[in-house]
Write a protein that binds this ligand. Sequence first.
Ligand SMILES: Cc1ncc(COP(=O)(O)O)c(C=O)c1O
Length: 361
Amino acid sequence: MSSDEPVEQPSYRPATVAVKAGRPGREPDQPLNTPLTMASTYVAGGDLEYGRYGNPTWAAFEEALGALEGGRCLAFSTGLAAVSTLLDLVGNGATVVAPRHAYLGSIGQIADLEARGRLRAVLVDVTDTDAVVKACEEAALVWLESPTNPALEVADIPAVVAAAHEAGAYVVVDNTFATPLLQQPLTLGADLVVHSATKFIAGHSDVVLGAVVTRDPQLYDVLKNRRDMIGATPGTLETWLALRGLRTLHVRLERAQANAQELVRRLSEHPAIAEVRYPGFGAVVAVVLAEGALAADLLTHKTRLWVHATSLGGVESTFERRRRWKTEPATIPDGLVRLSVGIEDVDDLWSDLAAALDDVC
Ligand SMILES: Cc1ncc(COP(=O)(O)O)c(C=O)c1O
């Protein structure tokens, strides 16, 4: 076969895509891994020209995450930079439907834009599909997070997509908690997926990074122009680290999810716990302490293995009482502790947690 004949690509399963996508070509002496290209400018006359318009290391990360989500990906400096670039898609005074519980930075941005007259926000309970569908009638943009942070509510994405598209609205799904391995919103009809790649994708608590994925070439171009124009571009080292993290996402998630499911079973039987919230998949769990906020704060200071820290999705187990953040909505119980379950031995995780829970009972 001559070398310019097209070679049919096999369609790999997600675990293989996570390992294989975004690699250099298989020519002799090419490195197996994408190198870290530190460059602010390029020799003129090519496609890149300047460091804010593109970088081969970003491109490798974008290719891999895009392949997993089933669209074209753009990396951003942070998850919130991606969120704000997406919110900027809506026209002045347009209606944005958003979850009443979602990452506080995302709903904070929506509230701030509403306060400045830039848009109108309609906040919904994403588990009440009829209410969300009704709210879609007036929407220009429907923002979903599923599962939500930190309430772990799950939306009926296909039903919301159908109603939003009927109204001519775009649907964005924040897929940070599920990851493309457990949920692919673009295949469910969503227009845009946003990630805090800081979390499960990078996976080692050492990177802050965001990403957007879409199948719509026009949306891709608009978002790329905005990202490059406002300079919300990613750091090269960050994309390199996130790509390295993405290579093991499937094995990390498998282990963390198995740990989470076992902990959910054990936590449900502990007398200090009034409620366990878990959507049935993923590695984030929320518990409500029977004795409220004080007991929750005590718990987060009594463990030796679990680390009291915000954020989630790292290999190490972390937890925090979410209402310690003043902007977390009052409808989130005061005594709710969000647990990000890592990949340690589950019996060690349980011994540490159970001893601390026994103490605060
Ligand atoms: C669901 C979700 N979306 C977006 C973000 C924001 O991402 P970043 O912290 O990378 O800016 C976060 C951060 O916690 C998050 O949990």
